[in-house]
Design a protein around this ligand. Structure first.
Ligand code: ZN
Length: 607
């Protein structure tokens, strides 16, 4: 039992403790000023390669200098420039249709012909083979589908329909949907020796008769094939050479989904396809510095610990993956959560650790062009200023400013058996409701380091309705929790800096489900909450005016079934999306407050 004096002392100490805690909350946030600056209108949304990106980089360099960080070994500057494809546009593709005994017709407007973004540039001519939907589904036990069966397309120009058979039953749609991505179709044509691929959108499909808009697809440059999409004018000119059949009739046959309906060579017809894709090159800048080990590094196996975050965002949302509404189009996408929050967390961690003794070098890195496909971090790990084999661990921070209900998600924990325990120990003091996810194949820079074989973690507080919209602004950030996350991660970084044996790297097998992108033509207006692991698909929100909102769905609902497909996770959901048809209501079963409900959702077309 305590004596009264000691009890009094204890009470006083306790009171003092509380008082401390109270002043502590009034203490300046370690992250707020950084977020407010980076997300300010002056930086114009920090699009990689833009003046706003350079201003942001300048700020980060100044911060590194202020803290006393050095440029990386062998580097004169903190800025690490890299060049990348900032976009592509059609610079004059044409298709010439030449029927035997008739004058040639050339189609040359952008409404008529549009190269696919990953086409090779060049001009090729050849006889024409129509290969239906151009689908090749690897045979499995109960299904196979090969549009090229019985067709010789070597040195020919292959014409295919976009999408996949419109009238096929659910099972067939399910089997072929993921192979209907134009990338797969181009690959299938090339592997069979075709010279060129021409894609037309059939009269019975969505976007009938239109060309395929050129996507911003940086990773796919150079498919080894001349590939273009063509509109209804071109399609009609081609099918005029087909005896006795209209394009619509041909498509209708294909649309049954019967794998035995074959394509055919088009007699007496030559197509000349000229593809001209102009790719715009730009320079982006990673920013990195380091704090050298201050203690004699006896016993540490790998001398580097890396913490990082991407600092680029979408600019005004004109390229890439903006989710701005029509009214918001062209506005600055502030990217306060994505990813001024992670950038600020890294700055706060670096600040906290800069003066402390350490056995390993602490590298502090800020990536650019993440939003365009992890380009900055990819460039870094493929041409690393420091060998990746010398990196003990990488910690990534992307979207850590919107914590709610004390939740914090840590991803990529499967990359080392050491992570779960280390996180649990560090969390004793921090007290988060931690959600651990093993999968390191995340849509953020942690993927680059995982690919490079570095044990990694990614911190994340979840998607929200402002994701990739101009409304992702600084005043919506939960600074109290952002500071706590930085503090929590500071503790983990400290351990890593002094740990003798670094976390052993484990390769996690990549899930193949959900790889199909055919579902992308469907718009449901749901915003999945990727951070929370529930059975089903938890909605982090719905897009205003979208099909999900119209169906009465709202944030917090858990979709467990859609179109008769049970949904256990995000992969099931993306897979089920491929089975939906635009304009055709689908039954959705969902849980709200523990109650099972049903509604009808009518998917719209994505533009
Ligand atoms: Zn983003």
């Amino acid at each position: 039992m305590l004596t009264t004096t000691r009890l009094t002392m204890f009470t006083i100490l306790l009171a003092a403790g509380i008082a401390d805690a109270q002043t502590a909350t009034a203490v300046k946030s370690s992250t707020r000023a950084h977020v407010e600056l980076l997300a300010s209108g002056k930086l114009e949304g920090r699009l990689a390669g833009s003046p706003g990106e350079k201003l942001a980089a300048e700020y980060l360099v100044k911060e590194l200098q202020r803290m006393g960080a050095k440029p990386l070994p062998g580097q004169a500057d903190y800025r690490l420039p890299f060049s990348f494809t900032a976009g592509s546009k059609d610079a004059g593709s044409t298709i010439t249709v030449q029927r035997e005994g008739a004058p040639a017709r050339t189609f040359d407007t952008r409404e008529q012909v549009m190269a696919l973004s990953y086409s090779d540039n060049g001009e090729v001519s050849g006889p024409v083979v129509f290969a239906g939907y151009g689908l090749v589904v690897p045979p499995n036990q109960n299904f196979s589908y090969d549009s090229y069966q019985g067709l010789d397309v070597k040195d020919k120009v292959v014409v295919v329909l976009r999408y996949f058979p419109e009238d096929a039953d659910m099972q067939t749609r399910a089997a072929v949907a993921r192979y209907s991505d134009l990338r797969y179709k181009a690959q299938a044509a090339r592997q069979r020796g075709a010279k060129a691929l021409v894609v037309i959108t059939g009269p019975r499909s969505p976007n009938a008769g239109n060309t395929v808009p050129m996507t911003f697809d940086t990773a796919l440059a150079g498919s080894g094939l001349v590939a273009a999409s063509a509109n209804g004018d071109v399609a009609r000119a081609v099918f005029a050479a087909v005896p006795d059949k209209s394009l619509e009739a041909v498509q209708k046959e294909m649309d049954s989904g019967n794998p035995h309906v074959a394509g055919f060579a088009v007699p007496g017809l030559t197509l000349t396809v000229k593809a001209n894709v102009a790719r715009e090159r730009q320079t982006g800048h990673n920013v990195a510095g380091y704090f050298p080990a201050s203690l004699t590094a006896t016993g540490v196996d790998k001398p580097w610990v890396v913490i990082g975050a991407h600092y680029d965002h979408l600019g005004r949302g004109t390229t890439g993956s903006s989710l701005a509404s029509k009214e918001q189009a062209g506005q600055v996408h502030h990217g306060a959560d994505d990813n001024a929050s992670g950038t600020s967390a890294v700055l706060a961690i670096a600040d906290a650790l800069s003066k402390q003794p350490r056995k390993r070098n602490l590298m502090v890195a800020f990536w650019s062009a993440e939003e365009l496909g992890l380009i900055g971090s990819n460039h870094f790990v493929t041409t690393p200023p420091v060998p990746t084999t010398e990196m003990a661990a990488y910690l990534n921070f992307d979207m850590v400013g919107r914590s709610s209900d004390n939740k914090l998600t840590v991803q990529a924990t499967g990359s080392s058996p050491m992570w779960p325990r280390m996180l649990e120990q560090a969390n004793v003091a921090a007290g988060f409701d931690l959600i651990l996810q093993e999968d390191p194949y995340q849509p953020t820079d942690v993927s680059s380091f995982n690919q490079a074989g570095v044990a990694s973690l990614a911190f994340f507080t979840g998607a929200h309705v402002d994701y990739h919209k101009p409304t992702d602004t600084a005043e919506r950030i939960n600074y109290e929790d952002l500071d706590r996350i930085a503090e929590f991660a500071t503790g983990i970084t400290r351990r890593l800096l002094d740990l003798e044996q670094s976390p052993q790297f484990t390769k996690v097998e990549q899930k193949t489900e959900g790889g199909g992108r055919a579902g992308m033509r469907i718009f449901t207006g749901t915003i999945p909450d990727y951070a929370t692991e529930v059975k089903g698909l938890l909605l982090g929100g719905v897009i205003g005016g979208g099909p999900a909102e119209q169906a009465g769905l709202q944030k917090g609902d858990v979709i467990v079934e859609i179109a008769a497909q049970s949904i256990a996770n995000i992969y099931d959901y993306t897979y089920a999306l491929e089975l939906l048809k635009i304009g055709q209501p689908a039954k959705v079963v969902y849980m709200r407050n523990g109650e099972r409900r049903e509604t009808q959702l009518t998917p719209a077309a994505r533009k």
